[in-house]
Structures are given as structure tokens and as C-alpha cells.
Design a binder for this molecule. Structure first.
Ligand SMILES: Nc1ncnc2c1ncn2[C@@H]1O[C@H](COP(=O)(O)OP(=O)(O)OP(=O)(O)O)[C@@H](O)[C@H]1O
Ligand SMILES: [Mg+2]
Length: 655
């Protein structure tokens, strides 16, 4: 062989070695990811077993014994006292007490709870009750600051050790860890601190060695998943904490995607059917998919409603059987054509359950249809509107002469108090966030964008609720400030949110964005009292909201919801306590606890009495509004004679 030939072949062989090495690296990475996903799925299964109370058999071994954490424990009264009188929280939400009991019993706990579900209390309350210092790992500075400020406002000595911590604070913290000097109950760090700072880890070891490390909590634990959009490499190294401190109870907390058929919606539908149609009238309910039909029909049967499902995948005999027995049938269809009820000309009722999170599911199915997206966005505008009479929208859409609605739609029948809130700066925030994401060649689905905005909006001191952020993103899409972009994968089509043609006008302040927010729950027509309460409470709620903003700024810049949560505002408005302490059964301390009563009680009572005086005024208005609404509803309800159709939408081909 000539030298050239040898050299040539050597070059080819080396090039191939490099290629094979690259492929091996990719396969090893892929293997890591798969191992990661495997352990995630196993822990999700265990959590699911725990929540169902029965082990799930699958390929791997699984036999999780589920202890009963909702029993009584020696710390119950202390925990109740701290929950009410320190955190100002009147009652536990679902699963919180069980989680807290498991942690206080020294167990490691994986908490999978919906966004806004109340995960923080699950580690903050045990931290207060246990001796020593609780360590909390959280991925975002803004989240850490928010929690440390809230805790400080409650008198709980909490500190953060991050890149922004001053030398002096750092010294104080290290002394508290190492020697137990100074007041430190909760220490918040970012995952980087654990994986990069040897000095910190040595202090933490000394703290543990002295028996002062009470609890370790990993918040936003989904950041350890390489599959998620929030993946944080430093989260992958947090396992070191369990290795180093095996006897310290450890919690990982994350957010479960809301189930495709929310339990809350099912409860609402069941309640509506049982209350509105108690005499077993028949009706049809349309769902988004065949799977949801089966799911929801089953859920309703569990609530005592005789329901069955009916869709194109069933064989003809099964369909025939269900059709003959028709009482309440779930049809699978698309949601957009709601309102097919009453085609026989008789009075009927139609209920459309709409939530913004449904839209990406729909848009990824219709985007390639001729004017599919436009039709969908028209329905979204119709569903989101809190001011536009629903029937007039239909008349206009079908170019029919406008007729008087006479209270036949919810907008005309119930008097919402709708505020048009200027959310231009929120919109600008969303656009710049998307700009950053796109500059990093990333993309966000609507729900991922909402998750990120929830955190970001706290920085601009906005307490827009999650559903209002979802509503805003949708409105920006409809107004072409944002757009949807679709990408096919092997299994599905994903809808992403990108910057739209009119974004620039918003950034330049040339386009104002307003959001319709109904500040008053629609006042049910059940009785004058509830109308009075809802109208009066709207004024009282508004005043209390103003008060919490004022008190928050006085108390050193904590966030308004740390002074009074929206739920506490609603409770106070509903109960209108007249005294602070035990003088009467309905006293403020019972609602917001000792600490908040001591700090804010007199101001709150002042606002209640001020609003109470103007209540008379509201009464008169409320009664007259109620009479009008009641009259309209009366005429509508008497008109309903026969079968009820509770329709989510319709598609003849499948029913
Ligand atoms: N049992 C309760 N009753 C009333 N309010 C509660 C309760 N538990 C928590 N909260 C309040 O609910 C709000 C959300 O709680 P928290 O921030 O802990 O939710 P989260 O589950 O961490 O949400 P996210 O997933 O968005 O981080 C807070 O204002 C908190 O004070
Ligand atoms: Mg949280």
C-alpha cells in the first residue's frame, strides 16, 4: 500500500471514530434521559398509588403501603394554631394536612399539586413547628424573595442565600448554620448553591451534625425533569442532599397539569343538572373527545346521575341500547358549535363550559382548515366576553335581524359588574418575555407562557389571577398581538405562542389593551340576601383590596396578598365581623388569626363599618336589579317544558 493510501485510509478511520464517538455520546445522553424519565414515571405512579390508596401493578415492582395521614396526631392543635394565628389561614385545603402530618412524622414526601394549590404551606408550617432550620431550594430569585418577604411579614425568621445576598447577611447565616447563633427558621437557596458552593455545603453539614437541620424542601421540583421546559441542570445534583442527610425529611413539590376533565367542572355540571332538572329530564352533553365522554359519563354516574356515553367508536347495538335508554348522554364532538339546544322550537337551556386552556387543543385541530382559526377565535371572543349579549352575537354572526334578548343569555340575565382593566403593561411584559424566549431559540405553549407570566407578574406587583392571565394571552392572540404557531410531532401537533403583527404597536404604547374582569361573582337569583351580599361585598371587597395594598406598602413592600389573600377578603366580606376578639362568635380573629388581627384588625373593622353604612344604598339598587333579573328569568324558566339539553356542543355525525 502506498503511503498516500495509508494516510487517506487513516484519515477516514479517524473521521469515522469521531463520528462513532459522537453517536455514543448521544446514545449515552439519551440513555440518561430515559433513566430520568423512568424514575419520574415511577415516582408519579407511586404518588398516584398514594392518592388512590391502592398499588398499581406494572412492569416494575410496586407495592406502596399507604399510611393514613388524615388521622389525629399529637401536634394537631399546635399546627391548627400556627395555621390560623401565624399564617392567617382558616382551614386546610385538600391534602395539605396529610402532607404536613407525613412530614412531621419524619417521612419523605413527593407533593404533586395544581398551581396555586397551596404547596408552600406544606413545608412552611412544618418548618415552624419543628426544631431547627428548614432548607428550601427554589429555582427563581423572584419566588424566593416573595416567600422570604411574606414569612418575614408573619414574624417567621426566614432568609435567602443567593448571589444577591450581602456579605453581612451571609456571615449571619453561616453563623446560624454552624453555631446555632441568631434567629433562623427557614433558609432559601437556589439549586446552584447546593451544587457549586463547597463552603455552604460544609456549613450545612455542621448544622446537620449539630441536629439543627429540620427539613429539606425542593420547590418547583419539575425543574429536575429534562423533559420539561423548565429544566435546570443544577436540579439534577440535588440528590446529594438525601445522600448527605439521610435522616432529614425531604419534600419535592411540583405542579400537576390539571386533568383534561377538571373535577371542579364535573362537580359544577352535576350540581347544575341535579338542581335545575331534578325530575330526571333527559339531556345531551357534548364533550371534546370520545375519551372525555366516557370519563365524564363515569364521573357523573359516581355522583348519582344516570348518564351514559355515545360516540362513533361504539358498535351499532351498544349505540342503539344507549339511545333507547336515553336519559343523559355524552356525545363526543367539537366544542365550538355549542347552543344547538332547542332546535325543536321549544324552550331549552344551553350551558357552555369554556376554559382558555381548551383553545390550543382546538386550534391545533382546525388551523389547517379554511378559516378554521378565524371561526375558533370568533367563538373564543364570544365565550370570553362578559359584556356582549350572547344572542346578539349569534344574530350578527348569522346576519339575522337583531331581536331583543329579554334576559335569555347569562350576560343579560345576571348583572355582572365588569371592570375594564388596562393591562397594556402586562401585555408588554408578555411580549418581551416571548422576545427573550425566541432570542434563545425556544418556544412556549400557552400554558407554559402563563406559568412563566404568573411568576413574572409578581415582579410588577400585579395579582392577576391565573385564569385572567390565560384570558389575556387568548385576547392578545385574537387581537393579533400574539399568534399561534403549530408544529407537528410524531404523535401530535403542538400549538406555540409567538409574537404577532401588532405587538410593536403595544410595545410603543400605540395600542392599549383592556381586559374585562367581572369583579363581582354573577349574582345568583336565589334570594335578595345573596344579591345584597354580593353587591355589598363587591364594594367591601374593593375597599379591602385597596386596604391590603396600602398596608403592604407600609409594611416594607411585602405583596398585597401576603397581608390578606383574596380568599380572606371574600370570607371577611361574607361574614362582616364586627369585633376583633371573642366578643362575638363572628369575630375577626377567627377568620384571619391572631397575628393578622393584631397587625391589621382595627383598619379592617374600620373598612367594614364604612362599607356597612353605605349598604342601605346598595340594598335599594340590589333589590331593583334583582327584580328585573328575576322577572326575565321567571319568563324564561316557565317556558321550559320538555327534555333538557345540557349541551357542550354538537356534531350530528357522532350522536
Ligand atoms: N388552606 C389554604 N386556604 C386558603 N388559602 C391558602 C391555603 N393554602 C395556601 N393558601 C394561599 O394560596 C395561595 C397559593 O399558595 P402557594 O403559593 O403555596 O401555591 P403553590 O401550590 O405553591 O402554587 P404554584 O404551583 O403556583 O407555586 C397563597 O396566597 C397561599 O397563602
Ligand atoms: Mg409554589
Amino acid at each position: 500500500m502506498e503511503t498516500e493510501e495509508i494516510l487517506q485510509e487513516l484519515e477516514n478511520v479517524e473521521a469515522e471514530v469521531r463520528l462513532v464517538q459522537e453517536q455514543i455520546k448521544q446514545l449515552v445522553d439519551r440513555q440518561d434521559q430515559l433513566y430520568e424519565r423512568q424514575s419520574e414515571l415511577k415516582s408519579l405512579l407511586e404518588a398516584f398509588e398514594a392518592s388512590r390508596g391502592s398499588p398499581i401493578q406494572y412492569g416494575g415492582s410496586s407495592s406502596t403501603a399507604v399510611e393514613n395521614w388524615s388521622g389525629t396526631f399529637e401536634w394537631d392543635s399546635r399546627a391548627d394554631d400556627v395555621r390560623l394565628n401565624v399564617f392567617g389561614i382558616p382551614a386546610y385545603r385538600a391534602n395539605q394536612q396529610e402532607i404536613i402530618n407525613a412530614v412531621l412524622s419524619g417521612r419523605d414526601v413527593l407533593v404533586i399539586m395544581a398551581a396555586g394549590g397551596g404547596k408552600s404551606l406544606c413545608y412552611q408550617l412544618p418548618a415552624v413547628l419543628r426544631e431547627g432550620i428548614a432548607l428550601v431550594v427554589s429555582p427563581l430569585l423572584s419566588l424566593i424573595q416573595d416567600q422570604v418577604m411574606c414569612l418575614a411579614a408573619l414574624g417567621i425568621p426566614a432568609h435567602m442565600l443567593t448571589s444577591t445576598t450581602s456579605k453581612e447577611d451571609e456571615k449571619f447565616i453561616y453563623k446560624a448554620l454552624e453555631k446555632g447563633e441568631g434567629e433562623l427558621k427557614m433558609l432559601y437557596v437556589t439549586p446552584e448553591k447546593i451544587s457549586k458552593s463547597k463552603r455552604f455545603m460544609s456549613k450545612l453539614e455542621k448544622c446537620h451534625h449539630a441536629g439543627r437541620l429540620s427539613l429539606i424542601s425542593i420547590d418547583e421540583a419539575h425543574c429536575c425533569s429534562q423533559w420539561g421546559h423548565d429544566f435546570r441542570p443544577d436540579y439534577k445534583n440535588l440528590g446529594i442532599l438525601k445522600t448527605q442527610f439521610p435522616d432529614v425529611p425531604m419534600m419535592a413539590l411540583t405542579v400537576r397539569e390539571k386533568s383534561s376533565v377538571g373535577k371542579v367542572v364535573i362537580d359544577e355540571i352535576a350540581k347544575y343538572i341535579q338542581e335545575s332538572y331534578p325530575n330526571s329530564e333527559s339531556g345531551i352533553v357534548y364533550c371534546f373527545s370520545r375519551k372525555e365522554c366516557e370519563q365524564v359519563a363515569q364521573e357523573l354516574r359516581q355522583r348519582g346521575i344516570s348518564a351514559d356515553y355515545y360516540h362513533a367508536d361504539m358498535d351499532i347495538n351498544a349505540r342503539e341500547k344507549v339511545h333507547m335508554r336515553w336519559h343523559l348522554v355524552w356525545g363526543s364532538t367539537n366544542q365550538m358549535e355549542s347552543g344547538r339546544a332547542g332546535r325543536d322550537g321549544l324552550p331549552s337551556e344551553c350551558l357552555l363550559f369554556f376554559r382558555p386552556a381548551d383553545v390550543p387543543r382546538q386550534s391545533s385541530m382546525v388551523f389547517y382548515e379554511n378559516s378554521g382559526l378565524q371561526n375558533l377565535y370568533d367563538i373564543v371572543r364570544y365565550s370570553q366576553s362578559k359584556k356582549q349579549c350572547r344572542r346578539s352575537t349569534f344574530f350578527r354572526h348569522f346576519a339575522e335581524p337583531l331581536q331583543d334578548c329579554n334576559g335569555m343569555c347569562d350576560i343579560c340575565a345576571f348583572s355582572y359588574e365588569v371592570n375594564e382593566v388596562d393591562v397594556t403593561r402586562h401585555a408588554q411584559c408578555i411580549i418581551s418575555l416571548l422576545q427573550d424566549i425566541q432570542d434563545n431559540n425556544q418556544r412556549l405553549t400557552m400554558l407554559q407562557l402563563v406559568d412563566k407570566m404568573k411568576i413574572k407578574l409578581k415582579e410588577i406587583d400585579s395579582d392577576l389571577k391565573r385564569e385572567e392571565i390565560e384570558q389575556l394571552v387568548l385576547q392578545l392572540i385574537i387581537d393579533r398581538v400574539l399568534s399561534e404557531e403549530f408544529q407537528h410531532t410524531a404523535y401530535s401537533t403542538n400549538a406555540y405562542v409567538t409574537i404577532g403583527p401588532l405587538a410593536k404597536l403595544v410595545l410603543q404604547g400605540k395600542k392599549i389593551i383592556k381586559l374585562e374582569i367581572s369583579s363581582v361573582q354573577k349574582n345568583t337569583a336565589d334570594n335578595k340576601k345573596s344579591t345584597k351580599r354580593s353587591l355589598t361585598s363587591s364594594a367591601l371587597e374593593f375597599e379591602l383590596d385597596e386596604l391590603r395594598k396600602e398596608l403592604a406598602s407600609i409594611s416594607g413592600g411585602i405583596l398585597p396578598h401576603s397581608v390578606l389573600s383574596s380568599q380572606l377578603i371574600r370570607l371577611i366580606s361574607a361574614r362582616k365581623p364586627s369585633t376583633m376578639e371573642e366578643a362575638s362568635s363572628n369575630h375577626l380573629e377567627k377568620i384571619i388569626g391572631k397575628l393578622k388581627t393584631g397587625k391589621y384588625g382595627s383598619r379592617i373593622l374600620e373598612v367594614i363599618s364604612k362599607c356597612g353604612n353605605s349598604e342601605q344604598q346598595h340594598d335599594n339598587n340590589a333589590v331593583s336589579k334583582e327584580e328585573q333579573g328575576r322577572g326575565a328569568r321567571a319568563s324564561k324558566r316557565t317556558k321550559k317544558e320538555k327534555a333538557v339539553v345540557v349541551v357542550d356542543s354538537s356534531d350530528d355525525s357522532e350522536v
